[in-house]
Design a binder for this molecule. Structure first.
Ligand code: SF4
Length: 459
């Protein structure tokens, strides 16, 4: 079913306004009494010095030196307290051509593409995430994933606006029910940054076309989950659920946790990567109430692995939230074994288990991001056996048309020789494994249990 605005209750304002409704003062007041002891800052990666951030309130985050230089250069009017306030980061997102040109030396292609843009998937970059990008090099990986280029407007054969057929599986607006025991709950169309390869590019952003989100829509989705006892797993996604204000997230998780047959809650988010200061102590206190709650974090490149992100993942992990990563394989961004290995190692160091590596979905205008499937297999082959097994994600294609995730592995079964299977290991060596097609033969033997027991007793 298509999710059309005409079918959606409009009595509640959609995001982001509600998430910004309660605006804090731009600078935090000093503590009056007995503030909790400050937490130690996350360790700095070797060879880098952290600029300590000493807030006047109870929150404490490190600021990496590059980011601090960027803040002073482009946001001199903002205090460190402003910078560490996620609502300030949202309000000050880079969204227009003028704002982009204030920070980046745009290529002509980028400038034209931004100028040409209309509708959903707008430009949106938090100042923090912009501080991680090259100001001058349009081919730098993080910049490529967030500043449009002309190729975004080319629709190639096989591409579609909704390649996964999510709209066709929407049970009610914003709730995708494809698998019997689990649902995908799209709780907002708002993100803190907009990735140019987004699978839901048709519906995210302030100008999300025919899509809209509201409290009424949430209630409709929750009523559907309540009425379907086979649903044991709810994945909150969007848009990005962590852009919701604390009270809204608390409400949503509380309603879902109150449903007896819902065993498992998950949140899919990029916020801890692009706006790590959103992971406040108040947020982790809320999340802790709703265990078992798991989180999938969207990482793209090792350049995202900053001290700020380390602090965010540490806070989430310390709140008892199992963390997994999701990464989209992107041409010219992370399609090299060394880059992927560095990212996966960095994730493990930050207590995040590499979970999925996605083949880029064939959304309209994504051809410049898509690698061959062979490239993905080559990367998995370059990881499997060459590094810690925990560091190897599952490579999947989300099948166009709604077929679900299909795992892909390099070919390790070479063939069969009689009752032996011929296998290939990570170094190319061949090994035999006994695998008789008629079974191992033990099934036909009489049970020896009694004889063995007798022998033990008599000894
Ligand atoms: S954060 Fe996720 S939902 Fe938002 S634009 Fe990026 S990929 Fe899309």
């Amino acid at each position: 079913m298509r999710v059309r605005s005409s079918e959606v209750a409009q009595e509640e304002a959609s995001e982001p306004p509600d998430s910004l409704a309660v605006r804090p003062p731009l600078s935090l007041k000093p503590p009056l009494t007995n503030q909790p002891a400050a937490q130690p800052a996350a360790p700095a990666p070797a060879g880098r010095t952290l600029v300590p951030f000493r807030p006047r309130g109870p929150e404490r985050f490190p600021i990496s030196p590059e980011t601090e230089r960027f803040r002073k250069r482009f946001y001199a009017e903002a205090s460190r307290e402003n910078w560490m306030d996620w609502r300030w980061q949202l309000r000050r997102r880079i969204k227009s051509l003028a704002e982009l040109e204030r920070v980046f030396a745009l290529s002509e292609d980028e400038r034209n593409a931004v100028h040409q843009h209309q509708g959903a998937l707008p430009v949106g970059i938090t100042p923090y995430y912009a501080s991680r990008m090259s100001l001058t090099d349009a081919t730098e990986p993080l910049r490529r994933t967030h500043i449009p280029v002309g190729q975004e407007y080319l629709k190639m054969p096989g591409e579609a606006d909704d390649p996964l057929g999510e709209d066709g599986d929407a049970a009610v607006p914003g709730l995708v029910h494809r698998y019997p025991d689990r649902v995908l709950f799209l709780v907002t169309g708002f993100c803190s940054t907009y990735c140019r390869y987004c699978t839901r590019s048709r519906m995210v952003g302030e100008a999300g076309g025919e899509y809209s989100f509201s409290r009424g829509q949430w209630d409709q989705a929750i009523a559907y989950i309540e009425a379907n006892p086979q649903i044991r797993d709810v994945l909150l996604s969007g848009g990005d659920p962590l852009t919701l204000a604390d009270d809204k997230l608390d409400y949503l998780l509380g309603r879902l946790r109150a449903i007896k047959h819902v065993e498992f809650l998950r949140i899919g988010t990029k916020v801890p990567v692009v706006m790590p200061m959103r992971v406040t102590k108040a947020l982790t206190k809320i999340l802790k109430k709703y265990h078992p709650l798991w989180m999938s974090l969207h990482f793209t490149h090792p350049a995202e692995l900053t001290p700020e992100v380390t602090e965010a993942t540490t806070r989430l992990a310390d709140a008892g939230i199992p963390l997994g990563s999701q990464t989209v394989l992107l041409k010219g961004v992370n399609d090299e074994i060394d880059v992927m290995k560095k990212l996966m190692h960095g994730l493990l160091m930050r207590r995040v288990k590499p979970y999925y590596l996605y083949q880029c979905d064939p959304i309209s205008g994504s051809a410049h991001f898509r690698t061959s499937v062979g490239k993905g297999l080559e990367i998995i082959e370059g990881l499997r056996g060459h590094t810690t097994g925990y560091a190897v994600p599952q490579y999947v294609i989300d099948a166009p048309g709604g077929g679900g995730k299909i795992p892909l592995l390099p070919e390790y079964v070479v063939g069969r020789d009689g009752d032996d299977l011929i296998l290939r290991n990570f170094e190319g060596g061949q090994y035999r494994y006994p695998d008789p097609q008629g079974g191992t033969g033990v099934e036909k033997m009489p049970s020896q249990t009694g004889a063995v027991k007798g022998a033990v007793r008599g000894s």
